[in-house]
Design a protein around this ligand. Structure first.
Ligand SMILES: Cc1ncc(COP(=O)(O)O)c(C=O)c1O
Length: 460
């Protein structure tokens, strides 16, 4: 085992030390990858060292390197070493979290993290929460709990047992996991109403009120409002206080999808943007976004433990305990890994104060990027509250979608910077976001150089 660990040590050290010089985009083509896999044997078994030697180049050159400091992509951060060690130990000890009695320590660790976050959100101690595979599962959990709360008959009779058609509301920029959830929960996508946006891309409250009235007159039963804090495209923030007022008046469940921003509530700067989260009935927050821990580490919080229990409770007489605190009785998953350990390791080793400082540094690098782009003649059509930079250029505005895609590909193929194309209200823009703890000003400067060079070449 010594030789394996020394190999892993050098792989890890070289990865961190050489990350900025690596190509962000894969060097291996899909054809090469498929060929490689076709020529490897799964039947006979082989030595772990030679397997690693054979595999590592493909891991390093077959995927996009999201931890790269020049990766300004979607919310896929670089991971800290302490969190990686946490994930390794989770796999090694492999505690089964489904039954509390099988993994008391691990369940208590997760419980303490959930409590820690509930305090940050100014939630009552009586609330509950658990780790999930990610934000999508947490959002799914919220929809199921809201359904069970409003239509207890749903749990036994299904949707067929509900007289009025359930309706829920999200902003036009809400995460598309809600579309999948509507399909998979049996509600159908016609049960979602996507509320139009204000000029700052937040959910328009008057449009929401109007739609609720129309829906009630037409036999719909509004059961859930979703406010997003940190929309995926641009980091916009929905007005939580107004949403909460409507939720109270109309007796509708209020879920806050803070998958991006929620984990970062440890930073006072972000906590301010999350004000109103204390009013939600349930919340989604991902640790695997701004906390630099490996995927997947989502969190779901809910003010009503009894509703969560009723939503997921079942009788399984083969399970070691019949305890209504068992995670399998209170969440979508059954067998479950110790997701919280990597998060716990990140907090223990780095400390919340330093994790918050990392988040704030990334925010200030995003500001530096935005200012630098403007100084260089780029335009910022959208102001983001949460460190997403949406930009364009007069020369880009003249491009057709295919020409823009080609322009974008020419840049990212160079391998030193990565950002995405964003379609917003029928316009195409470029979108960048600082997500790596390794990003410094020099990497943002590299983005400027690469962009300026690409714009100059557009003249020819
Ligand atoms: C606002 C929002 N909600 C939900 C999700 C889905 O989270 P996950 O990818 O962890 O399932 C995302 C992912 O980026 C998100 O940005």
């Amino acid at each position: 085992m010594d030789s394996i660990f020394s190999k892993l040590q050098s792989v890890t050290e070289n990865y961190y030390a050489g990350l900025s010089d690596m190509s962000i985009v894969p060097k291996k083509t899909v054809e090469e990858i498929k060929n490689y896999l076709k020529n490897r044997d799964l039947m006979g078994g082989e030595n772990i060292e030679s397997t690693l030697d054979d595999l590592l180049p493909w891991l390093q050159e077959g995927n996009i390197h999201v931890p790269h400091p020049g990766y300004f992509g979607l919310f896929n951060p670089a991971t800290s070493f302490s969190a990686v060690v946490g994930d390794y130990l989770t796999a090694l000890f492999n505690p089964q979290m489904a039954a509390y009695s099988h993994a008391q320590f691990s369940n208590e660790v997760e419980h303490s993290l959930i409590q820690f976050y509930m305090e940050k959100m100014k939630w009552p101690n009586s609330a509950t929460g658990h780790f999930t595979s990610g934000g999508s599962e947490a959002n799914f959990t919220a929809v199921l709990c809201a359904l069970a709360h409003h239509f207890p008959e749903y749990l036994t009779e299904g949707l067929a047992g509900i007289k009025e058609k359930p309706r829920f509301y999200v902003s036009a920029l809400a995460h598309n996991s809600f579309d999948k959830i509507a399909k998979n929960a049996g509600l159908g996508t016609s049960s979602i109403f996507k509320i139009p946006l204000n000029d700052d891309f937040s959910l328009n409250i008057s449009a929401l009120k109007e739609q609720i009235n129309i829906d009630k007159e037409n036999g719909f039963h509004p059961f859930l409002l979703v406010g997003t804090v940190g929309s995926t495209p641009i980091g916009s923030i929905d007005p939580l206080f107004e949403l909460s007022d409507i939720a109270k008046t109309e007796k509708i469940w209020l879920h806050v999808d803070a998958a991006w921003a929620g984990g970062a509530i440890i930073s006072p700067v972000i906590a301010e943007k999350l004000e109103g989260i204390e009013l939600a009935d349930s919340v989604t927050a991902d640790a695997h976004k701004w906390l630099s821990v490996p995927m997947g580490a989502g969190m779901f919080f809910c003010k009503y433990p009894q509703t969560v229990y009723q939503t997921f409770q079942t009788e399984a007489l083969y399970m070691p305990s019949q305890n209504n605190n068992d995670p399998y009785q209170n969440s979508l998953l059954w067998s479950r890994r110790f997701i919280g350990l990597k998060v716990y390791m990140a907090f223990r080793v780095k400390g919340a104060i330093n994790l918050a400082a990392d988040i704030e540094k990334q925010l200030s690098l995003a500001e530096y990027m935005a200012e630098g782009l403007v100084q260089r003649g780029w335009k910022l059509p959208v102001q983001s509250a949460l460190g997403v930079v949406v930009f364009t250029h007069e020369k880009i505005e003249k491009l057709t979608p295919d020409e823009l895609a080609a322009f974008h590909k020419r840049i990212i193929d160079q391998g030193n910077t990565w950002f995405s194309i964003l379609k917003l209200k029928e316009n195409l823009y470029l979108r960048a976001c600082v997500t790596s703890i390794h990003t410094e000003k020099q990497h943002v400067n590299q983005l400027f150089v690469t962009l300026e060079d690409a714009i100059k070449k557009l003249n020819h």
